[in-house]
Design a protein around this ligand. Structure first.
Ligand SMILES: Cc1cc2nc3c(=O)[nH]c(=O)nc-3n(C[C@H](O)[C@H](O)[C@H](O)COP(=O)(O)OP(=O)(O)OC[C@H]3O[C@@H](n4cnc5c(N)ncnc54)[C@H](O)[C@@H]3O)c2cc1C
Ligand code: SF4
Ligand code: SF4
Length: 478
């Protein structure tokens, strides 16, 4: 980095640095592009890189490197355990779990009134809760992801001040966003704000609050989304392109279009076009890039993150994709409450909700593959970097191969290849103007991955199951 020796770098420079950028698709950075550093210092600039991921860069000399480090979720020495303890541990009745962090209660459920559920990603709980907090005067405004100004910025973080504005922001955005512009507005305008975001963004806001007394006062609450990983903007482009919409005709992608008569996890995307009124709807099961386990177009930083359940949020919501609830096509949330004020609100309006008591085991089960990848898989990734003498952010998980079967080690290694190659393949496809180029590049790797990750007998059984399902769908149409 500009002739500076590696051991002279600030931690945040190491987070941003991309030692081998070209070799692995420009994603080899630990920066998630959240924008927290840019809130406190204009020398940090946030822009999308060639792979459609937000990333910080430094222009000139920052006022205070160490202050920027303190607000960065990947550079700060304060981890989720410490933040969780500061925020929640002193409440009466609080419990602690190694996966959930501190929590008061856990549920599975959905909103049963006013169309919140049908408008929402799963049970509609986040938007409902944000609206209730606004109506009950806990906050004056809500900071969350909403429709952006143009196809290059399909979604951005904005501020909603009415229930209708909150409603318009429903649905999960598997799309790169950053928070610096919105938080700068919060600094300029009095009021109490609710922040809604992914676990690392919530951590960034908690760190910003510790740094800045104005933000400490103005952002009293955070809601977290459970997070598997974040996607580059290649993800939306690839899904829309494969659905038949040319790249220059994509207006916006709704990543969670509900379909009826299927499992909640069998959802579709809806692509709006710039050239026609009629949107295209496509089941994700028919798209090559939509299998989250393959991790296509994943931010590199996400492979170095150990907070699945937004442990620093006052309440966290995700998809209840467990056998008990997944068959309900309308969608169901898994819910973790950590703050008594939110618990009181849930108790007060329980008649608007269908809530089933849940527990740490059930919540873990609903995210078990995410936890395996980000706990066991992370230990392996950190170990490999350590063996190579490479710097990595300090995590709560320690580098180790202990107890990781060899087959599993190969699975994690293959996932890194799939992630890196997906960027290379998509660039090749764009250059050729032909989406099939992407699949020609990726399918052999994908097959290799399935051979490593699924034993032969199970692969055969899956094939038969898929054939029967397909036949069922054809017969249903006749
Ligand atoms: C990148 C990503 C990865 C996810 N991974 C998982 C996972 O692995 N497992 C799981 O169970 N759930 C995951 N989720 C959460 C899940 O998709 C739903 O968002 C969650 O169940 C809430 O549903 P809801 O119906 O209650 O929310 P809704 O009522 O639809 O409201 C969603 C709220 O979240 C806000 N929002 C949406 N996307 C973003 C974003 N990117 N950043 C900030 N705010 C946003 C919206 O503005 C809206 O206010 C993920 C979400 C995202 C965005
Ligand atoms: S604060 Fe966010 S944007 Fe800045 S370096 Fe850290 S991860 Fe990147
Ligand atoms: S996986 Fe972790 S780092 Fe990636 S977006 Fe989610 S919370 Fe942030």
């Amino acid at each position: 980095m500009n002739g500076v020796k590696d051991d002279e770098l600030h931690t945040i420079e190491r987070v941003i640095a991309s030692p081998d950028e070209d070799a692995i698709g420009g994603t080899a950075t630990y920066c998630i592009g959240c924008g927290s550093c840019a809130v406190i210092d204009p020398a940090f600039r946030i822009a999308k890189n060639a792979d459609g991921c937000y990333r910080a860069s430094v222009v000139g000399e920052p006022r205070d490197w160490i202050a920027a480090e303190r607000v960065c979720p990947f550079a700060s020495s304060v981890d989720e355990n410490q933040l969780g303890e500061e925020l929640f541990s002193k409440q009466s009745g609080v419990k602690y779990d190694q996966h959930l962090g501190y929590y008061l209660s856990a549920y599975a459920g959905y909103v049963s009134v006013d169309g919140w559920r049908s408008r929402g990603t799963s049970g509609g709980m986040i938007s409902w809760l944000a609206a209730k907090m606004l109506q009950d005067g806990l906050v004056d405004a809500v900071i969350h992801a909403k429709d952006g100004p143009d196809p290059k910025n399909m979604y951005t973080i904005q501020i909603s001040r009415t229930v209708d504005e909150i409603k318009a922001g429903a649905k999960a955005k598997y799309y790169p966003i950053e928070l610096s512009e919105a938080i700068k507005q919060v600094r300029e305008h009095e009021g109490r704000y609710l922040f809604i975001g992914l676990p690392c963004f919530v951590k960034a806001v908690r760190l910003l609050r510790r740094e800045d007394p104005v933000l400490m006062k103005r952002i009293p609450y955070c809601i977290g989304l459970i997070c598997g990983h974040l996607k580059s903007d290649f993800f939306g482009q690839a899904e829309a392109w494969e659905s038949g919409v040319p790249l220059d005709k994509i207006a916006r992608v709704d990543f969670r279009h509900k379909t009826s008569g299927t499992r909640a996890s069998d959802y579709a995307i809806e692509v709006r076009r710039t050239d026609k009124d009629e949107p295209i709807v496509k089941r994700i099961a028919e798209l090559s890039t939509a299998n989250w386990g393959l991790g296509y177009f994943k931010y590199n930083a996400c492979d170095y993150c150990d907070d699945v359940l937004a442990e620093t949020a006052d309440a966290t919501f995700g998809d209840a994709w467990i056998p008990k609830y997944v068959s309900d096509d309308k969608g169901c949330n898994v819910i973790i409450i950590r703050n008594q004020a939110i618990q009181d609100l849930f108790n007060r309006y329980r008649n608007e909700l269908v809530l089933h008591d849940s527990d740490a085991t059930e919540v873990y089960q609903s995210q078990s593959s995410g936890f395996r990848h980000r706990r066991q898989g992370l230990a392996e990734r950190l170990y490999i970097h350590q063996q190579r003498g490479e710097w990595t952010p300090t995590k709560r998980i320690k580098p180790s191969l202990d107890g990781i079967p060899e087959r599993r080690q190969r699975v994690y290694a293959m996932r890194t290849i799939l992630k890196n190659e997906s960027f290379v393949a998509f660039r090749e496809a764009v250059k050729a103007g032909d989406f099939t180029v992407f699949n020609k590049h990726m399918k052999p790797l994908e097959r290799k991955y399935w051979r490593v990750s699924i034993p032969f007998k199970k692969r055969m059984m899956n094939l038969v199951k898929r054939a029967i399902n397909k036949l069922g769908r054809i017969l249903k149409k006749l």
